[in-house]
Design a protein around this ligand. Structure first.
Ligand code: CA
Length: 223
């Protein structure tokens, strides 16, 4: 899946963490990575994530505690817990503590990506695999984009902006909300970056495809 999904990766194993973060970034996710439970708790307090991939065995605060505290705050951020292949009890405990799904380690990377896509769809109340609005179509699984049936080539960040807008046609997203979807910690954000992506998208999709709501942000017109 390309872009617009901001994910918190909680993994204490440096090799696995690096591999998964780089996989997710390659797929266009904005993936922040923390290596212990307390950092995870702090990150979840301070940022709104679209998805969390949570290892249960962690130093500091274990994954179940992180999850219970998240749910105790009535935070419904979708959480995929990672457990060992034979750890049935951990899976049950994770689901009972408020996880939305689980995935077993060692990861099958394709399965991990598919579960994250499924979780993102469920969280947004979408049964559809594709995004479609007013002739614009995005398929995150195949990475194909089209306008009125004609394929268009989007950059990763154009895709991310468009997917965020397509997730909520008719509602306005501020520049800040779009930046939060596009950039992780430590990324340099130029002040007019979003305008540049919007400009690029309008050239590809048509000038009326994205509306500028003066002083507020951007939206797709209601169909
Ligand atoms: Ca671990």
């Amino acid at each position: 899946m390309l872009g617009s999904m901001r994910l918190l990766l909680v993994e204490d194993d440096a090799m696995i963490g690096e591999a998964v973060q780089s996989l997710l970034r390659g797929e266009g996710y904005v993936a922040d990575w923390v290596q212990d439970g307390r950092q995870a708790d702090t990150a979840l307090h301070g940022h709104q994530y679209d998805l969390v991939l949570l290892d249960l065995g962690l130093p500091g605060l274990d994954g179940l505690q992180v999850l219970r505290q998240l749910r105790a705050r009535k935070d419904a951020t979708p959480v995929l817990v990672a457990t060992a292949r034979d750890a049935v009890r951990d899976r049950i405990a994770g689901l009972d503590a408020g996880a939305d799904d689980y995935v077993v380690k060692p990861y099958d990377m394709d399965e991990l990506l598919a579960r994250l896509r499924a979780l993102a769809r469920r969280a947004s109340g979408r049964a559809e695999v594709q995004y479609e609005h007013a002739g614009v179509r995005l398929n995150p699984a195949t990475r194909e984009a089209s306008v009125n049936g004609s394929p268009v080539l989007l950059s990763g960040r154009e895709w991310a902006v468009l997917q965020a807008l397509l997730a909520r046609p008719g509602s306005t997203l501020s520049r800040q909300q779009l930046e939060d979807k596009l950039y992780g910690w430590g990324d340099e954000v130029s002040s007019n970056a979003i305008e540049v992506y919007i400009h690029g998208l309008r050239k590809k999709l048509g000038p009326g495809a994205i509306l500028n709501v003066r002083g507020v942000g951007y939206m797709l017109p209601r169909a």
